[in-house]
Design a protein around this ligand. Structure first.
Ligand code: UD1
Ligand code: CA
Length: 463
């Protein structure tokens, strides 16, 4: 039986942030979420997360769906490290949860780029005759990382933190990645012996290597080929470099799948975004969160999509869309702002300087210029003239506007909500509509009143 322990206590002082380090956003996911996603691929029998006591709620939020996922479900147990006394102390907190397990995989919570494949390699290199395996890598510049010291047989006898290393030790290029595999039985005996007699006065997990050696046990290393970045996110610079690496990989994956990215160096697409084939992403576009873009779309230039669903064959040009659904064959922009809770149905068009909030826009409807549509339910084949405003707010509450199919809203109409414009009704240019308009009726003026006119004679086309 194999358990996993994620060390997620600690302060993360080098980030200089009021947000705990492991919750910082890395291409759309918190750092810690990468580590847990990677571990979930390993099908461990249990995953123990060592966290500061006041962060339980935040951690639970981040992993919620992982615990209920069907094929990738992982069982997470929380244990608390009251004070950040070091990585060795953090592991000690997890020991009671390891009862009944033979082997434990321990990983730093700040290493989002160590993949599940690498973890698998570490587990595979664990053998019956060793007490521990240290995942290590070779760095030209080993910086502040712990040095892996070996004897002539190639076994690991010690890990020395850079701050405690002698000049000679500091020359060693094999470093500790912060991922280990231990025999639980030997770990139980060794962990009691960790002390904090070192430069940082912390309990180091790395001291276990020396202790196990003293107990006559064998420790080996599993060398992997990782850049320094993959070892840990400690600073804002590390975060930016990790983002760049993951972003590059994400864009390459999308291009592989048939998406044109005109200027990869000027495109930001977060990790969970999906884009259909033959879609073109023009420069300076930002696609975030759970955004889904269909096939044969043109997105951008300079478009911002957050948790947006975009159907097939849409053109979204210089626009912002947040938490909204756009069906197929829709044109948006330039300079449109589609806000939360909007649903734009197929073949419709939203043009320049149009803001839409929490509204439904029916198929083949057009709102092409300078309008505000908020809390509106707009039917099919409606024409919204330039400058139309839904006056949805009376200073206290928001009210709904309903515009039925084939209505024609003349330029500069103000619709004071709550209000309903009936099917095929017309409002004259500049009208201020205070009362519901019956289907097929034409209203004009301030305040708007019905006039006798055949619907077809009123107003020009808005395009
Ligand atoms: C650690 C290793 C170092 C290795 C490096 C790889 C030690 C002593 N050193 O250094 O050999 O080269 O990782 O990245 O382990 N944490 C706790 N409780 C604490 C302190 C830390 O849970 O009291 C957690 C942190 O949240 C973090 C992880 O342990 O996720 C590593 O801690 P960090 O302080 O970043 O260790 P490094 O100095 O990077
Ligand atoms: Ca670290």
């Amino acid at each position: 039986m194999i358990a996993g322990v994620v060390l997620a206590g600690g302060k993360g002082v080098r980030m200089k942030s009021s947000l705990p380090k492991l919750f910082h956003n890395l291409l759309g996911k918190p750092i810690i979420r990468y580590v847990l996603d990677n571990l979930s691929e390993l099908k461990l029998n249990k995953t123990i997360l060592v966290i500061p006591p006041n962060q339980e709620g935040d951690f639970r939020k981040v992993v919620e769906d992982l615990e209920t996922k069907k094929d990738q479900k992982i069982e997470i147990v929380y244990v608390f490290q009251e004070e950040p006394l070091g990585t060795g102390d953090a592991l000690r907190r997890a020991m009671p949860e390891l009862e009944g397990f033979d082997t434990v995989l321990v990983v730093n919570g700040d290493a989002p780029l160590i993949t599940d494949e690498i973890f698998k390699g570490l587990l595979d290199s664990y053998r019956d005759d060793v007490s521990a395996v240290v995942l290590s890598t070779i760095l030209d510049d080993p910086m502040h990382y712990g040095r892996v010291i070996k004897n002539k047989d190639g076994n690991v006898i010690k890990i020395v933190e850079a701050k405690d290393a002698s000049e000679e030790e500091r020359e060693i290029k094999e470093v500790n990645t912060g991922a280990y595999c231990f025999s639980v039985e030997d770990l139980k005996a060794a962990i009691e012996k960790i002390d904090n007699n070192n430069a940082q006065e912390e309990y180091y997990i790395t001291q276990l290597v020396e202790i196990l050696n003293r107990m006559g046990k064998k420790v080996i290393s599993c060398q992997t080929d990782l850049g320094s970045l993959a070892l840990g996110i400690n600073s804002r610079l590390d975060l930016a470099l990790a983002t760049r690496k993951l972003l590059q990989e994400k864009l390459e994956r999308l291009m592989d799948e048939g998406v044109t990215i005109v200027s990869p160096e000027n495109t930001y697409i977060e990790i969970d975004v999906s884009v259909g084939k033959d879609t073109v992403i023009e420069p300076f576009s930002v696609l975030k969160g759970s955004t889904v873009v269909g096939e044969r779309c043109i997105i951008g230039p300079s478009t911002y999509l957050l948790n947006a669903y975009i159907g097939n064959e849409c053109e979204i040009f210089y626009s912002v869309i947040k938490n909204s659904k756009i069906e197929s064959n829709v044109r948006v922009g330039p300079f449109a702002h589609i806000r939360d809770g909007t649903h734009i149905k197929s073949h419709s068009a939203i043009g320049d300087f149009v803001e839409v909030k929490k509204s439904t826009i029916g198929s083949y409807t057009k709102a092409l210029h300078l309008s505000y549509l908020g809390d509106a339910e707009i039917g099919e084949k409606v024409n919204i003239g330039a400058g139309t405003i839904t006056c949805n707010y009376d200073g206290k509450t928001k009210h709904k506007t309903t515009i039925e199919d084939e209505a024609f809203i003349g330029s500069n109409t103000c619709l004071r909500a709550p209000i309903k414009i009936g099917r095929g009704a017309i409002t004259g240019a500049g009208s201020v509509v205070l009362k519901d308009v019956e289907p097929g009726t034409t209203v004009v003026g301030v305040p708007a009143r019905p006039i006798e006119r055949k619907p077809k004679e009123e107003g020009g086309k808005s395009e």
